[in-house]
Write a protein that binds this ligand. Structure first.
Ligand code: ACO
Length: 429
């Protein structure tokens, strides 16, 4: 059998090194022994956006980007979307196995009974301006939660960790809904513990004067499926932020606030909002060819297309496209759908997108569904953050318990000036 090693010859010295290969990977630290002299630092690897660097071992989520496969703890996303619900999936991500009936009941009970937050949090939310973006409100109020639960600093206490899981997963929908209601000047609606996780979210978003809010079953289930699809996605930008910030050992609220900040950007979770803006700007099907021409000329991107890992159709986008039709039967068709479908058709036949293997990602159709449910544009990325919290927490705990854990601290290639002497201001040119 061939040896699982890599032989490197350093042409500067003529020396040869044999480096072990494990799981198709070499350790960057093994390159350090390659030196031209005793006092040489040794070779480093350079990978600016970590496109070819494994930063951890993980047992949570598997993606095969070539084949368009996504598994949570080994279970295909299609089966989970069809048969499971978000709370069960959150349990699976955190604990590694699907819960038994009694575990599921206890889990659901715990989440339900942590949905309310301290009344003082409302004062923060009240303090934002009427036009504050709910993602900005979410990231700051989640960060603020760390001050309400100082015992969350005991991150190596499994019971404390568990409690913060309950709190964070339970409170995210409440924070999201309160942020939205503040911006539109509506009174806050407190959680209704009789409802499901997503049913209660709809209640807190949309309840008006009725005594009891009754969520539409199709919409409640559609949001539940969307939450399953968004729950985890291995080492993406926000998860990397969660692990990286978490590696300096702050409490999980602070690390989650960092992950929310990373998700906010238009190249990551913020893309769902951008897709809707893009479709509105295009305005009609006949304007699509002109828009595509501009994208190909480098004047902007086709938002909701492309992915660092998927070089095939994102399996989540396929499921979302299916549920869109079920939702539109209840809500009526989103007028922007026709533009989206035509845009996808044209892009998938265009050489530019074919050559670069750019397909619709999870964000291409999700915004259309949210919009037709009456959810405001500004809350779309928040709807991504709510379910991703379970994935972030699972990844955070895995990082904490990893025996190779150290504070994340990359190296750099310094290209600045050599050492030079300070010049007083009157002598500078
Ligand atoms: N529209 C047009 N061209 C694109 C797009 C796009 N959406 N995405 C990539 N490209 C092109 C790039 O211009 C580049 O072309 P070039 O080789 O001629 O320079 C090539 O495809 C490779 O693109 P990169 O930027 O190197 O790919 P990367 O893996 O770094 O980026 C990303 C991935 C950020 C998702 C990118 O595809 C993108 O910006 N997409 C639009 C934003 C988006 O939908 N983000 C959501 C991603 S899913 C998520 O985070 C939940």
């Amino acid at each position: 059998m061939a040896k699982e090693t890599l032989t490197i010859t350093d042409n500067r010295t003529g020396k040869t090194y044999e480096i072990p290969i494990n799981s198709g990977t070499i350790r960057a630290m093994d390159l350090r022994q390659i030196k031209i002299s005793e006092d040489d630092f040794g070779i480093m690897s350079y990978d600016p956006a970590l496109g070819n660097t494994a930063s951890c071992n993980s047992r949570i989520t598997f993606i095969d980007g070539e084949k368009g496969i996504l598994l949570y703890r080994g279970y295909p996303i299609e089966q989970l979307a069809e048969k499971s619900n978000y709370l069960e999936v959150a349990y699976l991500l955190l604990y590694g196995e699907l819960p038994s009936k009694s575990q599921y009941d206890a889990w659901g009970h715990n989440i339900t009974h942590h949905t309310i937050f301290h009344e003082n949090i409302k004062k923060f939310i009240d303090g934002f301006r009427y036009d504050a973006h709910p993602m900005g409100m979410l990231l700051s109020t989640v960060g603020a939660l760390s001050t309400f639960y100082p015992e969350a600093k005991n991150i190596f206490d499994p019971d404390s960790r568990k409690k913060q899981f309950h709190r964070l997963i339970a409170k995210m929908p409440t924070l999201a809904a309160f942020s939205y209601r503040q911006t539109v000047g509506l009174p806050y609606v407190y959680p209704d513990n009789d409802l499901s996780y997503t049913g209660n979210f709809l209640n807190m978003m949309f309840k008006m004067t009725e005594l009891k809010y009754k969520p539409n079953r199709v919409i409640e289930r559609a949001i539940d499926i969307l939450f399953i699809l968004h729950a985890d996605h291995e080492q993406n930008c926000s998860t990397n932020a969660m692990r990286s910030v978490g590696s300096s050992l702050p409490d999980p609220y602070s690390a989650t606030a960092a992950a929310i900040a990373a998700l906010y950007g238009p190249l990551h979770g913020g893309a769902n909002e951008e897709v809707l803006n893009m479709l509105s700007v295009i305005g009609s099907k006949d304007k699509i060819p002109e828009f595509i021409k501009r994208v190909k000329a480098g004047e902007g991107r086709l938002m909701g297309f492309g992915h660092r890992v998927y070089k095939a159709y994102d399996p989540r986008a396929k499921i979302i496209k299916q549920i869109a039709h079920e939702v539109f039967e209840v809500t009526g068709k989103n007028p922007l759908l026709e533009i989206a479908l035509e845009l996808e058709r044209i892009a998938l036949e265009d050489d530019y997108f074919i050559k670069r293997r750019l397909y619709p990602n999870v964000d291409f159709y999700s915004g259309l569904i949210y919009q037709s449910m009456g959810l405001p544009l500004s809350i779309f990325t928040v709807l991504f953050a709510i379910p991703r919290t379970s994935g972030w927490l699972a990844q955070w705990e895995e990082m904490l318990l990893d025996e190779e854990r150290r504070i994340v601290r990359p190296r750099q290639i310094y290209l600045g000036p050599d050492k030079r002497d300070y010049v007083s201001i009157e002598n500078r040119t």
